[in-house]
Structures are given as structure tokens and as C-alpha cells.
Design a protein around this ligand. Structure first.
Ligand SMILES: C[S@@+](CC[C@H](N)C(=O)[O-])C[C@H]1O[C@@H](n2cnc3c(N)ncnc32)[C@H](O)[C@@H]1O
Length: 420
């Protein structure tokens, strides 16, 4: 597929772009009657508010028809003050384009770090813009697991791994990205008024597109959206009235594409995301043993130790995320009696909510129990702590460690307590 930014009016979209071909549109429309982008046919400057809204509505109606059923639209847009009162452009705009079919899915706040230090009477200092997220239908592409936050978790995940998704925390509705400054795109490139941050565009592309998808910006400006799309191995189309901007974009793209494509690592989560995922699963598997131990005790079962190891069994349901094997050592003669307790305990919360497919067996013969254990790499944990193992030496015989496992977990919570 060809990628291209046309020096043309976005009102000509239908002539150039096929129906149902776009995957995702990301754009910031021209401002209303504030900025002169220096070209005839520009939207916003010199128009009445009604005409401006109508023009936008018509363009986004064409975008709607050019978008695939699984596609979406992201619009960065802001309110402004006119004649002493706020004009609610984001909401007026959302209403207009909802009437042509777009479904508003989310309202996100883009928090900028650098803004003007002053404010006017009756107005607090402006530090954000809206990002409106629309879908064409209900079956839109949205890979939330790719963009989860794993850095900002407080220490709670260590002790309560069952409350955290292995993919981390869902994205919040406030996104912080700094405004690109002159020069950050290379010498003299940004002479444009309002470029979008590359990382904001990157997040949206990660969330809603795959390699080879078609990304569109009807008001391409400095070309942040098409450039980022190209750097992430997506195709692009764009419109921009100002020929100079398009030329600058092309020069920028040509001199950077090779380097940027080489560092592009497809859409796989970064390696630390994978480490977080396995850690949460292991923590859950271990904690499951600890909770099981305590519950059996308070149910009157004389339980002495639990051996736990992850297993590769195929998961059996939508809500299971890991499989593990648990071998329980109970006091002689307790083996029969424990069964009823086990059913009751594992089928009710909290254990039923852990997402662990547990294969549990119990024996009342200490010799058989230790024969089952491997000869080395046994890590021992107490009934109060399954995130930091005790000494590994002679773990099988240690008296304080009641949970024994092949899983090595050595997390010092203090590190996370103060981290932010
Ligand atoms: C807010 S800026 C877009 C900034 C862009 N997102 C970026 O990262 O640089 C809006 C752009 O729309 C362009 N524009 C205005 N009217 C247009 C029209 N009818 N067709 C295509 N582009 C238009 C302006 O020249 C301006 O560059």
C-alpha cells in the first residue's frame, strides 16, 4: 500500500480514499478562528462557529465511511473563551459527529507539562486538552493489555498479587505528555504551531493498531501522526493544505525512517512487562498455598506442610490464568477427613478468585512427602510471607517454613514502598 500526505483540502477526502480502508484516524483539527495557517480553504480561521462545526462534521462523516468496521477515531481538541464565555467545542463537536455514526467511547485528558504561566480573570491556568476517542462500531480494535502501566504500582501488589492483573494497571484517563519543543524533531523542523507529542501518538497506535494498518490524519500539520505511523511500520494517509509543512514532513521522514524502523520493536510489551506478568502469577501461586494452609488450619485440619510447583497443564476456563500443583502433608489419619474441607475452601473466595487452576493432593506420610520433593532448589516460605523466601538450605526439613516451592521469590517490599 502506498503511504502519502496529500497537499489538498480534507474536504476532498472521498476522491482520494476508498471506503472502509482506514484503521485509525488521529488528528487535531484546526483551531476555531484563532490561528491563520496561511492558506485559502483552511477550516477555522474567519469562519462562523456554526460553519466551522458543519465543516468538521462533514469531514468526519467522510472519515466515518472511509473507516473499517473495526476502526476508531482519536481527536485532540480543546474548549476556548469567546466574548467572555467558554465555548464547549469538544462537546459540541462530539455531538455533531455522533449524529453521523461515531460512538464516543472515552474522554481522556492530555495533561501537558509546559504551558503559559499566566491565566486570565475567571480562568485557571490551562494545562490540558481533551482527547476524544470514538469507535465506528462495537467491534473496534483495542489492545488494552499492550498499554498497561506497570511502573506506578504501589507496594500492595507484592502482598496482594490476586488483586492485580498480570498485565499491570489499566491506563488512567489522564495522560501526561510534554509538548514538543522547537528543535526536538531536529534542527528547525518544528516551525509549526501545535505539534502533537510523538509519544501520545505512539500510545494510541499501540492501543489500536497493528503493523501494516492504515493510519490517517485529515489535518496533518507537521506530520506527527503519519511520521509516527511510518516509524511503527504502519501505512499512512494524510491531508494538509500548507505545502511547506508537507515538504518539511517528507524531509524529516526521509532522514529518520531507517533509524527509527530499526529501533521499532513491533507491539510486543517491553521485557519488564513480561517479567511483571510472570512475577504476579508466581506470587499468586505461592499465596494460594499460604491461604490454603491457614484456612485448612482454622477448619481443624492438622496440616503440616505444602509443596507447590507451577504446572504446564492446559488452563480450563476463562478465569484461570495459571496452573499449579499442590502436595499437602497432613497428620497421620487426616487424609480422608481433609477432602470436604478442601472442596469448601477452594470453591469459595478468596481462593476461588485467585485465577489458579489448582491440582491438589494430600498425603499423611512424611517420608513419601519428602521423597516427592526435588533434591535441590527448594525455597521455603512461612505462613505469613510468600514473597520473600527464607534460606534455601535444608528447606525441606526447616521447621519455620511451611510452604515449600520450586518457585524462587525474593522481593523486598521496602523497595516498592518508597518507589514512585
Ligand atoms: C492543529 S493543526 C494540526 C497539527 C498536527 N496534529 C501536528 O502534529 O502538527 C491543524 C492543521 O490543519 C491544516 N488545515 C486547515 N484547514 C485544512 C483543510 N481544509 N484541509 C487540510 N488541512 C487543513 C492547517 O494548515 C494545520 O496545519
Amino acid at each position: 500500500m502506498m503511504s502519502e500526505v496529500f497537499v489538498d483540502d480534507a474536504r476532498n477526502l472521498k476522491k482520494r480514499i476508498k471506503k472502509q480502508s482506514i484503521d485509525v484516524t488521529i488528528t487535531s483539527p484546526p483551531y476555531y478562528d484563532m490561528k491563520d495557517y496561511g492558506h485559502e480553504g483552511q477550516i477555522g480561521f474567519g469562519q462562523s462557529y456554526d460553519i466551522y462545526l458543519k465543516d468538521l462534521k462533514n469531514i468526519f462523516k467522510d472519515v466515518f465511511h472511509a473507516t473499517k468496521e473495526t476502526g476508531s477515531l482519536w481527536v485532540v481538541i480543546d474548549s476556548f473563551k469567546r466574548d467572555g464565555a467558554v465555548v464547549t467545542l469538544p462537546f459540541d463537536f462530539a455531538r455533531e459527529i455522533s449524529s453521523v455514526g461515531w460512538k464516543l467511547q472515552d474522554v481522556i485528558i492530555w495533561k501537558k507539562d509546559k504551558t503559559v504561566p499566566w491565566s486570565k480573570k475567571g480562568t485557571t491556568r490551562k494545562i490540558f486538552e481533551y482527547v476524544l476517542f470514538f469507535s465506528k462500531g462495537n467491534d473496534f480494535k483495542y489492545y488494552s493489555e499492550r498499554a498497561r502501566e506497570i511502573r506506578d504500582l504501589k507496594e500492595w501488589w507484592v502482598r496482594y498479587p490476586e488483586r492485580y492483573s498480570p498485565h499491570g494497571k489499566s491506563l488512567e484517563e489522564i495522560w501526561e505528555f510534554s509538548i514538543p519543543t522547537q528543535g526536538s524533531w531536529g534542527e528547525g523542523y518544528i516551525k509549526h504551531f501545535c505539534p502533537l507529542p510523538e509519544d501520545l501518538v505512539k500510545r494510541i497506535l499501540t492501543l489500536t493498531t497493528d503493523e501494516g494498518d492504515l493510519v490517517f490524519d485529515p489535518f496533518a500539520g507537521s506530520g506527527t501522526v503519519p511520521a509516527q505511523a511510518a516509524f511503527m511500520a504502519r501505512n499512512f494517509y494524510g491531508f494538509e493544505l500548507n505545502e511547506q509543512y508537507v515538504q518539511m514532513f517528507k524531509n524529516y521522514l526521509n532522514s529518520n525512517i531507517e533509524k527509527r524502523l530499526a529501533t521499532h520493536t513491533s507491539s510486543n510489551p517491553p521485557i519488564d512487562a513480561e517479567k511483571f506478568r510472570t512475577t504476579i502469577l508466581d506470587l499468586r501461586i505461592l499465596k494460594y498455598a499460604r491461604v490454603l494452609f491457614k484456612k485448612l488450619k482454622s477448619d481443624g485440619v492438622d496440616i503440616q506442610k505444602i509443596w507447590v510447583e507451577p504446572s504446564n497443564e492446559a488452563l480450563d476456563g476463562k478465569y484461570t490464568i495459571a496452573a499449579a500443583r499442590y502436595l499437602l502433608l497432613v497428620a497421620p489419619g487426616m487424609n480422608e477427613q481433609i477432602q470436604a474441607s478442601l472442596v469448601k475452601i477452594t470453591q469459595s473466595p478468596p481462593l476461588s478468585k485467585f485465577g489458579i487452576m489448582a491440582n491438589i493432593t494430600s498425603i499423611d506420610d512424611a517420608k513419601k512427602f519428602s521423597d516427592y520433593l526435588p533434591s535441590n532448589r527448594i525455597f521455603s516460605y512461612t505462613q505469613n510471607n510468600t514473597h520473600q523466601h527464607r534460606s534455601t538450605a535444608a528447606a525441606a526439613n526447616s521447621t519455620d517454613g511451611v510452604i515449600l516451592s520450586s518457585i524462587e521469590m525474593d522481593i523486598n517490599e521496602e523497595i516498592y514502598r518508597n518507589a514512585r
